[in-house]
Design a protein around this ligand. Sequence first.
Ligand code: 5GP
Ligand code: MN
Length: 355
Amino acid sequence: MKEFEKANVLTKKFTQVTLSFHLDEFYSGNVNDMSVNTPPKNLFSLLEKSDRVLVTAHIRADGDAIASVCFFSTLLIRMGKSVQAVLHDSNPDNRYSFLHGFDMICAPHSCSSFNPDMVVILDTPTLKRLGDVQYLIRAGMQSINIDHHESNEMFGTVNWVAAASSTCEMLYEIAEIYSEYFDTALAEILYTGICFDTGRFRFSNTSERTFRIAAQLVSKGCDVESITENVFYKWSPVKARMMGEILSGMKLIKNGSVAILKLDHTFFISHPDGWQELEGVSDLGISIDGVDLSIFFKELEPGTWKLSLRSKGRYNVNEIAERFGGGGHAQASGCEIKGDFNAIVDQILQNITSN
Ligand code: 5GP
Ligand code: MN
């Protein structure tokens, strides 16, 4: 698909979502002033009529995904619903254990007795990205899909996919509507997801609206310092050493404009939950002056490489990842490729074109 055609499709999709639902009556205060994307009305009707709700997000859940799940589970419990929070990962990233609702999150095998009448799928562009959670979703089950990934496949009964920094930024709109339940705990959850997905408010997805919402969350009592410390400044010694080794082995190619970082499977043998330690590694490559594209290769299984791609803008890494079956955003994306490391690097380099 040509670039402009793709842009049109996306604009159409977002416009459709934005224009179809103007819920002025649902809003209190000044939210409408800064709102470009509002939740569809049928999202609330489905939510209200559901009693037993499964709440989930993507595999190897990151800060936005975990926070989204904590937010929705906590909110629905406060609304009197029966709720099961579930993620594919048997040990979700413990850095987020300070979030209200984190302790409720179960692995798919331990919640198969829960009989949901609806599922809320957060921050997840495709059902495949749910990992084993997809097997808990019965055919025909009603679902709400809330996400900010351009590549979202609109698989829900109700889909709310919008251009926002994070799913948590979108969820602020829902928190405002259920204002009687919107306390500091929920505000801290949303701030955490937004802070994470914007890389501490520094990626290009950080908009005026993001800052306005963050300001509202701070006014609700968020402890900004402790959240930032919990999410970004609690490296384990293992992580610090691993970062050093990865940087020592980094390759700079294409006149120093592309950084290649690599972590072999041996690391994951000695650290089975080691994928949780990798947050921020991809940013190391892109932090270097002159680097426009950074690719971090993680050998999760022997011969299976999970790639994290980051761009400063010259490359659309969502398009690159999509070519290899993955996706994400223009400046941060991922995909999984099987094969020989050097062969994959060559294959990717042949497939990249800068803007
Ligand atoms: P990360 O590199 O931090 O794992 O992911 C960066 C972004 O790309 C996130 O928004 C993440 O959801 C998305 N992403 C990572 N891997 C995949 C993948 O295999 N498929 C898709 N569709 N998105 C991915
Ligand atoms: Mn996200």
